[in-house]
Design a protein around this ligand. Structure first.
Ligand code: 13P
Length: 250
């Protein structure tokens, strides 16, 4: 449906000094990829990542941004700073940021608007906890997250957004959602988008799955109609595994 995008989320892993070589490796191993290949790195790794990605097909993303343009926000990084470096993508509202850094649907909305305003492609994360899944409220919760994240965003801008469906119980646990479970929610997200916007917009949005996606299970997940790529944590830290996932995204 949407454009296929395989993005690595390095989280708080890898050193700046390892980054250049690693991104070069990713570029080499994913040459000729039929999907977009993105490495989202810690802020301090962005400069060497961008340097290594120059002249290749690999795009670089950040893992967060602040929603204000500038000012007294010690320790924060703005969209302008990311754009100035040559960053293309930014992850917004990852469940780890919601859980440990008080990220809310409201800050996700502000950050998404700021990213779009500045020309960054936002990868907006949504997903339910195990309790929510077991209580049978997964789609209610995801619908609310989607509505709040994209409140006030028009259809033209919405078409540029990437949504990552990441069930919290599947992140870093080795417990992947089954392809059917992932497809059900990704299809549900597309339905919500077509109700909020229209069919064309819903079809244009890239919807990724994330949560223990790896070299072994990627093909089955990526085969599904409403799964247009992946947001990869652990397996994005090994160039060989990451390149196998990229190759599975046809
Ligand atoms: P893992 O692939 O390590 O489960 O992480 C998924 C994730 O959180 C990507 O953003």
């Amino acid at each position: 449906m949407g454009k296929y995008i395989i993005a690595g989320n390095w989280k708080m892993n890898k050193l700046p000094s390892e980054t250049y070589e690693f991104v070069k490796e990713v570029a080499e191993k994913t040459k000729g990829a039929s999907c977009e290949v993105v490495c989202c790195t810690p802020y301090v790794c962005l400069a060497p990542a961008i340097e290594a990605a120059k002249g290749t097909h690999v795009k670089i993303g950040a893992e967060n941004l602040h929603f204000e343009d500038s000012g007294a926000y010690t320790g924060e990084v703005s969209a302008d700073m990311l754009c100035d470096m040559g960053v293309n993508y930014v992850i917004i509202g990852h469940s780890e940021r919601r859980q440990y850094f008080a990220e809310t649907d409201e800050t996700v909305n502000k950050k998404t608007k700021k990213a779009l305003e500045k020309g960054l492609i936002p990868i907006v994360c949504v997903g339910e906890s195990l309790d929510e899944r077991e209580a049978g409220v997964t789609m209610d919760l995801i619908t609310m997250q989607v509505k709040k994240a994209f409140a006030g965003i028009n259809a033209d801008d919405m078409k540029k957004v990437v949504i990552a469906y990441e069930p919290i119980w599947a992140i870093g646990t080795g417990k992947t959602a089954t392809a059917d479970q992932a497809e059900e929610v990704c299809g549900g997200i597309r339905k919500v988008l077509s109700e909020l916007y229209d069919d064309a917009t819903a079809k244009a949005v890239t919807i990724q799955y994330g949560g223990s996606m790896n070299a072994k299970n990627a093909a089955e997940l990526l085969e599904k109609e409403n799964i247009d790529g992946g947001l990869i944590g652990g397996a994005s830290l090994k160039s060989e595994d990451f390149s196998i996932i990229v190759a599975a995204a046809k």
